[in-house]
Ligand binder design. Sequence first.
Ligand SMILES: NC(=O)c1ccc[n+]([C@@H]2O[C@H](COP(=O)([O-])OP(=O)(O)OC[C@H]3O[C@@H](n4cnc5c(N)ncnc54)[C@H](O)[C@@H]3O)[C@@H](O)[C@H]2O)c1
Length: 323
Amino acid sequence: MRVVVTGGAGFIGSHFVRTVLADGYPGLAGAEVVVLDAFTYAGRIENLDPVRDDPRLRVERGDIRDPQRVGEVLAGADLVVHCAAETHVDRSISGAADFVTTNVTGTQVLLQAALDLGVGRFVHVSTDEVYGSIEHGSWPEDHPLEPNSPYSAAKAGSDLLARSYHRTHGLDVVITRCSNNYGPHQFPEKVIPLFVTRLLDGRTVPLYGDGGNVRDWLHVDDHCRGIALAAQKGRAGEIYNIGGGTELTNLELTGRLLAAVGAGEEMIERVPDRKGHDRRYSVDWSKIRDELGYEPRVPFDRGLAGTVAWYRDNRSWWEAVNR
Ligand SMILES: NC(=O)c1ccc[n+]([C@@H]2O[C@H](COP(=O)([O-])OP(=O)(O)OC[C@H]3O[C@@H](n4cnc5c(N)ncnc54)[C@H](O)[C@@H]3O)[C@@H](O)[C@H]2O)c1
């Protein structure tokens, strides 16, 4: 079994790769892994350090927008797990062009190559942000897509293209839509690593607006296990929401982070709200629970403590990047 992981040097992709190579997913035990990554600011070869010498790993530098390169790397693949994307909402607000070309065009290039080369299964890693914002309740998978940021609009485009390659061509596609991830190796532009690294440096943390925006936090290990389940047992053409079960306002989250590093509320700096800031995300993940036996295993407090400890112990990893 050969698995190509696009974006395999990023936060989620590298966690998936490290776990496959540790034989952490029973159905993928012994699999060879090919990482296809353009190594943008978010792709870090250090994320693969623990597995760099594994003979089952091959790392290929390449851009998913390049059909020739994608064709070379996907040849012989049994499974594609597609994580590569431009992922930071704030960056999509200041400049959306790369979000459209990588997330939409790049995904189409991959889908076409998978079809042409007869790849057995294509797992498209999408996001709950494609649904928009929800005040009460949780989105089921058949909820209309109403994305609000250029990031989520581009992800919705790629998500629908993935669906279309199944409907039109019969490509074996499974789509996952997960909630906000956290854990080690996350680039320190996202809220948890941004706040933790600033607090570890004795700096204030910028809290958007009234701090009332609600997110459902999912440990990256739970997310990747959900992806592996979808890859092994998901039904072709289906969409599976993956949730974490811990909804917090950003103000509540900030309070937990302050407590975890032993800082006080005076470290909170109120800043104007993000443009178009979605108020609340919440996925209904009963489908993946009932069909595939998924449930999150990492309790939020334990996951957060481990994440804070990782950033405390790996200062060189985050000091090396431009924040
Ligand atoms: N982090 C989250 O909370 C979250 C939540 C829901 C969904 N997702 C989705 O999960 C996937 C992975 O997210 P992440 O947080 O690991 O992202 P990340 O930003 O940490 O990593 C993205 C990776 O993609 C690579 N990449 C970017 N453009 C590329 C291109 N043109 N060609 C090849 N490689 C390219 C980068 O070098 C990097 O390694 C994304 O598709 C994202 O939309 C993430």
